[in-house]
Design a protein around this ligand. Structure first.
Ligand code: NDP
Length: 488
């Protein structure tokens, strides 16, 4: 059978199973779930913002679930969350994505979004801020204030990098001023510097490899006397002459001059002796992650670290019609490939579960008028310029008094994460502030004219004059408040 025929056969089989409520449905997989009544159209019709299958997150697990949901004909919505594409967009190259020798994490996730959109998933740049699972359909409130009613829910909210909680690391101290978790973002700013990487896992090795071509010296501090990283990663690090692995060493304090990190205090974990390393300019944390599960507290069972419990044998949580996959539910493997595989299982678990409730194409058609309308939250596509001539044209024609130039590069994770927020602001402040993207990797004359040293870098222009430069990323609400001050 050729590929097209196979895909068509698969879709027909899945649709048949959904329409008949049989076929793929395996009752043993859902037998431990609390009962939800068979779908009653009278109960659902008239309810606004229904979402048949809602995916929270946009990493490999989430998009795999969305792929299987939408490909089986179920209207699937993806709330991308605050880090579109998840952790893979913060890594450099991936060498262990099955069947691909080497590829950038950002490329994988861009292709992935394109693929799930192609099958009909609706991708929305918004995040879930709270859930109410006490009644069904499940109520999900988003950062933009939307109230969605999900018939089935996939939790792929991932995990957030762990912090050390030591003096000097705080958000109002040196976080973002030399302390970070993203070498791929910041390595180029550490040319000739001495930097430290904290951790002994694969992430720490990856950070060291990313920093090695730029920094004068990279010191990896490992709190125990052994590495957790894989042999392949350790071998690559050992090939870098400017990287030193320091065992039984941890960080006690980060010091700075008010503007930037200037030194660290290192503690020997065996002797407890503390030593100051005064000339250190960068601190890269790679000490694992904390699962993003707090909004499900009280509903979904989790282990003591907060990882959601699923299965056995499937991705179902303890709550009916709620599945989880990826780093949020995987304390052991935490690999993108595993997340994608578990995401497929999660997607199929929901397809089968919805079928068991009698959700079929007839029901979907009847409920269609009550589905959430994503157009109400679509972002404004940003215009883009790449030359001085286009810039002059923009200034000449802009009716707005404030213009924001967003310098980015396609492989800068912070730029990618900030883009949906800028698009959202562009829609919200339409007519008041004009936003324009500039790809710094190709727009040499604009980079030179505006003296842009690195990305992300936003320039605020008011009445033709540069009034501010913004180098860090911000959450949506903070960005909105920041922009509003230029309108007064
Ligand atoms: P890991 O949990 O594997 O490693 C965390 C490291 O940080 C450990 O060395 C741990 O030390 C150390 N650590 C934890 N807390 C502290 C602390 N407070 N102070 C100092 N050190 C601390 O996390 P990773 O993010 O490295 O990896 C997570 C998963 O992702 C793994 O499965 C890994 O294989 C995978 N991964 C794969 C990559 C690839 O294949 N290219 C790249 C990156 C990650 P201790 O051992 O003492 O607990």
């Amino acid at each position: 059978m050729n590929r097209c025929k196979k895909v068509a056969a698969f879709i027909v089989l899945l649709m048949a199973s959904i329409i008949c409520g049989i076929g793929f449905l395996n009752h043993s997989k859902v037998k431990n779930q609390k009962k939800i009544p068979i779908i009653d159209l009278k109960l659902l019709e008239g309810k606004d913002n229904i979402v048949p299958l809602l995916v929270l997150g946009s990493g490999p697990a989430s998009l795999s679930a969305a792929l299987y949901g939408s490909r089986s004909g179920i209207r699937t919505y993806v709330l991308r969350g605050n880090k579109p594409g998840g952790q893979l967009t913060g890594t450099s190259y991936i060498e262990n994505w099955p069947a691909i020798k080497k590829i950038r994490g950002i490329e994988v996730m861009n292709d992935f979004e394109e693929q799930v959109s192609h099958f009909g998933s609706i991708i929305i740049s918004d995040s879930a801020t709270s859930v109410d699972l006490s009644s069904w359909p499940y109520r999900v409130i988003t950062e933009e204030g939307h109230e969605l009613y999900a018939l089935a829910l996939m939790v792929g909210t991932g995990a957030t990098p762990r912090r050390l909680n030591i003096p000097g690391e705080g958000d109002n101290e040196y976080w973002g001023k030399g302390v970070t978790t993203c070498a791929i973002c910041d390595a180029p700013y550490h040319r000739g510097d001495k930097v430290v990487v904290i951790g002994g896992g694969d992430s720490a090795m990856e950070e060291a490899l990313e920093l090695s071509p730029y920094a004068k010296s990279v010191h990896v501090l490992v709190r125990s006397n052994e590495l957790r990283a894989s042999a392949n990663m350790i071998a690559q690090v050992k090939n870098c002459i400017n990287v030193t692995i320091n065992y039984n060493k941890a960080l006690a304090e980060i010091k700075g001059d008010g503007q930037h990190v200037t030194g660290v205090v290192v503690v020997d974990t065996v002797t407890k002796e503390q030593t100051e390393w005064p000339d250190t300019r960068g601190v890269f944390l790679a000490i694992g992650h904390v699962p993003n599960t707090y909004i499900f507290k009280g509903y979904l069972n989790a282990d003591k670290e907060g990882y959601l419990k699923v299965g056995p044998g499937n991705q179902m949580t303890n709550w009916p019609g709620v599945v989880a996959a990826g780093d949020v539910a995987d304390p052991d493997y935490r690999q993108a490939g595993v997340a994608a595989g578990d995401g497929i299982k999660a997607g199929l678990d929901l397809v089968w579960w919805l079928a068991s409730l009698g959700f079929n194409s007839y029901v979907q058609e009847k409920l269609e008028p009550f589905f959430f309308n994503p157009h109400s939250v679509q972002k404004k596509k940003l215009e883009e310029i790449s030359s001085m001539a286009e810039y002059r044209e923009l200034i000449k024609n802009a009716s707005e008094s404030v213009i924001v130039l967003d310098f980015f590069t396609p492989y800068c994770p912070s730029c990618v994460h900030m883009l949906p927020i800028i698009e959202w602001a562009a829609a919200k402040m339409h007519g008041k502030i004009r936003f324009c993207k500039i790809d710094a990797s190709v727009s040499y004359d604009l980079v030179k004219k505006f003296k842009v040293p690195d990305v992300p870098h936003m320039i605020v222009i008011k009445n033709g004059e540069i009034v501010d430069r913004l180098k860090e990323t911000m959450p949506r609400a903070e960005f909105y408040t920041y922009l509003k001050k230029f309108l007064s």
